[in-house]
Design a protein around this ligand. Structure first.
Ligand code: ATP
Length: 303
């Protein structure tokens, strides 16, 4: 067996998500507060030292094999890890075959950026495996070609994301807490939600700057009070189960609850693990969610 690297690809939630405009190319301008959580996929990249070298004429195609324990993911060029590997291999002229395995734990099409995080992990993993010495800024430039959330997934921690999501400002770590994740058994297309948002008459806009202040103060209660996501106006109206799960969390010791990204995953903030476990129990008993996890914020220690 050749050289191998194993990296975690953490999920994210949005503590605040505002859609502030639409560009001519269809992309939306956003202001979002992103937070990584301990729930993660595990990505293993193996270099096949004895594999065929492959022809460079068509770049890295044919040199990348993708595998996963998930029955729901494509294992061809549609997988975001394939796209990430191909981009970096073409850019850095790597012609050794690689095998990428995704041990999937993050719910798919959930608003948790699972695919973007897998892609970011591959960019970081390939950088170290092949000793490419690419700086994070360069990895982010490659990443944004795969998806708007990939640059954030490379930086991680707590951050303000602006532009289409790629203009990042690091924020202090949030206070210790527990985050209950619950995804109902529906899948939501991010593209559809943004398109439907454009035609909403009454749009809600969160107080993103207020959220930044509460994070700067380390004020968990203040953060909980300001949780807000513009896209709830679409997804929550279409799928009332989202509102129901939020209600259940709030009735079971959560200090705040919100839909993440374009949904349908709901998260609840809890002061302690016991409360989060009680919330998880209540959601489980209700039968309203398919994937339930008690997680913690993944902090970079900047406070
Ligand atoms: P975001 O929060 O960034 O909108 P998401 O959590 O809603 O992302 P993902 O789980 O990243 O959504 O996946 C969205 C789509 O991307 C799915 O339809 C899936 O088939 C495809 N996809 C391709 N590669 C992956 C991957 N490695 N992991 C998850 N989804 C992938």
């Amino acid at each position: 067996m050749g050289k191998e690297t194993v990296i975690d690809a953490p999920a994210k939630i949005n503590l605040s998500l505002d859609v502030i405009g639409k560009r001519e190319n269809g992309y939306h301008d956003v202001r979002m507060i992103m937070q990584q959580i301990s729930l993660h996929d595990t990505i293993t990249i193996t270099v096949e030292e004895n594999g065929n070298k492959g022809s460079c004429a068509d770049g890295a195609s044919g040199l990348i094999t993708v595998g996963t324990n998930s029955g729901e993911l494509p294992v061809n060029e549609d997988n975001l890890v394939y796209k990430a590997a191909k981009l970096i291999m073409d850019e850095c002229r790597i012609s050794k075959p690689v095998r990428i395995f995704i041990d999937k734990h993050i719910p798919i099409a959930a608003g948790l950026a699972g695919g973007s995080s897998d892609a970011a992990a591959v960019l970081k993993g390939m950088n170290s495996l092949f000793d490419l010495k690419l700086k994070d800024e360069r990895l982010k430039d490659i990443g944004v070609r795969i998806g708007a959330d990939v640059p954030y997934c490379i930086t991680g921690g707590t951050a303000l994301a602006e532009g289409i999501g790629e203009v990042l400002t690091p924020l202090p770590s949030i206070p210790d807490c527990f985050i209950l994740i619950a995804k109902p058994g529906i899948s939501v297309s991010t593209g559809y939600v943004y398109t439907a948002f454009d035609s909403l008459e009454d749009k809600i806009h969160p107080d993103v700057d207020g959220m930044i202040s509460t994070i700067n103060e380390g004020n968990l209660q203040g953060m909980a009070a300001l949780l807000c996501n513009s896209l709830e106006g679409v997804t929550q109206e279409e799928y009332p189960v989202i509102k129901e799960i939020k209600r259940l969390m709030l009735d079971n010791r959560a200090i705040g609850a919100l839909m993440s990204g374009s949904g349908p995953t709901v998260f609840g903030l809890y002061r302690d693990k016991e409360s989060a476990l009680a919330g998880a129990d209540a959601v489980k008993k209700s039968g309203k969610a398919q994937d339930i996890d008690v997680t913690e914020p993944l902090n970079k220690g900047n406070r």
